[in-house]
Write a protein that binds this ligand. Structure first.
Ligand code: ADP
Ligand code: MG
Length: 242
């Protein structure tokens, strides 16, 4: 059974159809990169997967949980789905380590000591062992985003969602975040990533999904999509990126 099944999902805001019959599946360990023009529905798609946004029709399944079920436990679901946004969303008054341990204590019910150990492990995993006691303002944007990734990973999610994780970063800081994401991909994390970073897409993605105007226009391996796109729309968009 696929880990993530998005089946014929529709979503409108008022009379604007934002997702229109979107279906795709991800296997465990897959890295899918969702690309498409601004306003094509990429963020909305991610938000529907952790119920930050409600769909109008269709179904989304994560493993054996009907994500979009009326009586689904949304808090439990969000422990299974880690999310990293464009902004870093760290608590300014907490250190890097405290930003991670907060959820472990409150949501996972860990003791302070166990949470600190777990948090320190995950900071080390993103190369920030030395920055545990730094406050967000003392960290670069790239370091803050890596703390955000460590915070999501510490919850041990089944699936990680990334929404343009590098688009708010100065160009010289993008590489360190992409490197962490590439490591995660190699370790077998299942990742659905909205990004236009061609380097990451080419080297880490199993599958590129091209969304335009709320429809999946085409999807396939990076080689297929980048070298031999079937649709003019895909080719025009991707040509504009490189
Ligand atoms: P993308 O991430 O691909 O740029 P979005 O999913 O953010 O696209 O947005 C798709 C469309 O839905 C856009 O036209 C956007 O204006 C609209 N939209 C997104 N969120 C909302 C909202 N909360 N209320 C109304 N319209 C929204
Ligand atoms: Mg977006």
């Amino acid at each position: 059974m696929s880990l993530l099944r998005v089946e014929d999902v529709d979503k409108s805001y008022g009379d604007e159809e934002v997702l229109n019959g979107v279906s795709f599946r991800m296997e465990r360990g897959d890295v899918d990169v969702l690309m498409g023009p601004s306003g094509s529905g990429k963020s909305t798609m991610l938000r529907c997967i952790n119920r930050l946004t409600e769909i109008d029709d269709g179904e989304i399944w994560l493993d054996d949980t009907l994500v979009t079920g009326a009586d689904t436990d949304v808090n439990a679901l969000r422990q299974e789905v880690g999310m990293v946004f464009q902004g870093f969303n760290l608590f300014a008054h907490l250190t890097a380590l405290e930003n991670i341990t907060l959820g472990l204590k409150r949501v996972r019910g860990m003791s302070a000591e166990v949470a600190r150990e777990r948090g320190a492990e995950h900071l080390a995993r993103v190369g920030l062992a030395e920055q545990a006691d730094s406050y967000p303002a003392e960290l670069s944007g790239g370091q803050q985003q890596r703390v955000g990734i460590a915070r999501a990973l510490a919850m041990e999610p089944k699936l990680m969602l990334f929404d343009e994780p590098t688009s708010a970063l100065d160009p010289e800081l993008i590489g360190e975040v992409v490197d962490v994401m590439r490591d995660l991909a190699e370790e077998g994390m299942t990742m659905l990533v909205v990004s236009h970073e061609m380097g990451f897409a080419r080297s880490a993605a199993d599958n590129i999904v091209f969304l335009d105007d709320g429809h999946i226009v085409e999807s396939g391996s990076p080689e297929k999509l980048f070298e031999r796109p079937e649709h003019e729309r895909t080719e025009a968009f991707l040509t504009g990126l490189q």
